[in-house]
Design a protein around this ligand. Structure first.
Ligand SMILES: Nc1ncnc2c1ncn2[C@@H]1O[C@H](COP(=O)(O)OP(=O)(O)O)[C@@H](O)[C@H]1O
Ligand SMILES: [Mg+2]
Length: 454
């Protein structure tokens, strides 16, 4: 069979070239040419009917309810929106060594009790996978194992398979392209092939993708548009806690996160996550504030720690971890202008505990409280939580899910919660269990939390 024709396409401007080039002749960008298969032009098939789809009213369209299979790990199901949807493509991304293979070995083993599961290991030998499975102590006698890097050979092995794990997409290749495994073109083409198999044969694929620094290897980012769900496994390698986040999900809420712990016997879902995002020394040191943050359908109390220190060289640094950089700059400006805090000559470091990412505006007020605490050198009481959105004028605006947040504070034994005045109505019923302090402006929050006004 003749080899399909390929060309190199610039990922920035779309210019094409028959050869690989280091620099795109059209837009001048370096390292943007990736190999792709040339699609046969429409004009070469003049007799082919152009239109196949016809527009129909929505009311006439029938649909099947998604068939969901539990993975055996409830946190994983939660993140997927209630189980694995059959025939879907799920990408699991994360740093090397974070535990992607471990998690999917556990899930594949659970699924193999009732379904036909194929684990394609392109990175490790079959004996390595078996060793891991034994260390994890999972029952996986029925799980099929294949050590294969050529994706074109996969077809024959997929008869009757319902779930398939590809470990990893950067290690597999297709013969259609001449570039090496792991290049942008290969990763994209392999994923497209898997998608065609998934949709035509109703096989669910879990695809592992390493998140790499910018370089020769193509990360999962280039695949996101093909996938039904894209999950990222995050966490510090030194810490045992891992957070699984969905950044895209066609069948569920993307705000949902799963909390896991890496143990000797594999990855275990943490169901009592209440204390993970809080430190031991909370309430003793200045610079930390607790906020009930919403992640998907639930709320958890997260500690925000800040450090304000004198700038050594000219321009002050702003270093947020877990919150948005622009948001931090904005909140610092509000504190300076509306509350008279002097942060201009200070470096500011902010960290959301436990490596969680806080994206919602409801955390603004807690960041302000932590910064003010660090500025004044006055700790905030251990049993006080703060939440609310901060506007540019310094007003504290109402947030959603207020009741849930206060309920979480009550559950965790907090004694006082500062919240937007406009949210007061919905939480009156908690007044006998927790002191609710309505806040109208950031300045009011500072006055009620700290003794001094600098
Ligand atoms: N023998 C072992 N005992 C305990 N933990 C181990 C052992 N071998 C590997 N691990 C843990 O498993 C992690 C690697 O998991 P793995 O699933 O292979 O990562 P990934 O597939 O994401 O690269 C390591 O970071 C380590 O914490
Ligand atoms: Mg691995």
């Amino acid at each position: 069979m003749a080899k399909p024709l390929t060309q190199f396409v610039c990922s920035e401007c779309g210019a094409t070239s028959p050869r690989w080039l280091g620099r795109c002749p059209s837009c001048g960008q370096f390292n943007t040419m990736a190999e792709e298969m040339t699609s046969p032009a429409l004009s070469s098939a003049p007799n082919k009917p152009r239109r196949t789809a016809k527009a129909r009213p929505l009311s006439e369209i029938s649909y099947e309810k998604y068939d969901r299979t539990p993975s055996g790990i409830s946190e994983f199901d939660n993140v997927l929106g209630g189980g694995i949807v059959s025939g879907s493509l799920v990408l699991l991304g994360g740093d090397p060594g974070i535990g992607k293979s471990t998690l999917l070995t556990q899930i594949a083993a659970h699924l193999s009790e009732e379904h036909k599961v194929l684990y394609v290991s392109a990175e490790e030998s079959c004996s390595q996978v078996k060793m891991r499975a034994q260390r994890l102590g999972v029952k996986c006698g029925n799980m099929l194992l294949l050590n294969e890097t050529n994706i074109d050979n996969l077809d024959a092995e997929l008869d009757g398979v319902e779930f398939c794990v590809i470990d990893s997409i950067q290690a597999v290749y297709t013969e259609d392209l001449s570039s090496s495994a792991g290049s942008v073109g290969q990763v994209r083409e392999c994923a497209a092939k898997l998608m065609r198999i998934a949709k035509s044969r109703n096989i669910t694929f879990f695809i592992i993708g390493h998140v790499t620094k910018e370089g020769a290897l193509a990360g999962p980012k280039v695949l996101e548009h093909i996938m039904d769900a894209v999950l990222y496994f995050e966490g510090e390698n030194q810490e045992n806690f891992r957070i699984l986040r969905a950044v895209k999900n066609r069948f569920g809420n993307v705000a949902e996160v799963g909390v896991f712990e890496m143990t000797e016997t594999g990855i275990v879902a943490v169901t009592d996550y209440s204390g993970i995002f809080l430190s031991e020394s909370r309430g003793e040191e200045a610079g930390s504030a607790v906020t009930p943050a919403r992640t998907g359908a639930r709320c958890m109390n997260v500690e925000i720690q800040t450090l304000v220190s004198k700038t050594a060289f000219g321009l002050p640094r702003r270093m947020p971890l877990g919150i948005d950089y622009n948001k931090l700059v904005l909140l610092i400006a509000v504190l300076e202008k509306r509350c008279g805090l002097n942060l201009g000559g200070y470096d500011v470091y902010v960290n959301a505990m436990g490596g969680i990412k806080l994206g919602e505006p409801a955390c603004d007020l807690a960041v302000c409280a932590a910064l003010a605490s660090s500025c004044f050198g006055e700790p905030i009481d251990k049993y006080t939580a703060v939440f609310g959105e901060v506007g540019l004028t310094g007003e504290v605006r109402a947030v959603s899910y207020c009741e849930k947040r206060v309920a979480e504070c009550v559950k965790m034994g907090f004694k006082r919660v500062l919240l937007p005045a406009k949210n007061m109505k919905s939480v009156v019923k908690y007044a006998d269990r927790i002191t609710v302090v309505p806040v109208l402006y950031v300045g009011t929050m500072i006055k009620s939390l700290f003794k001094q006004d600098k």
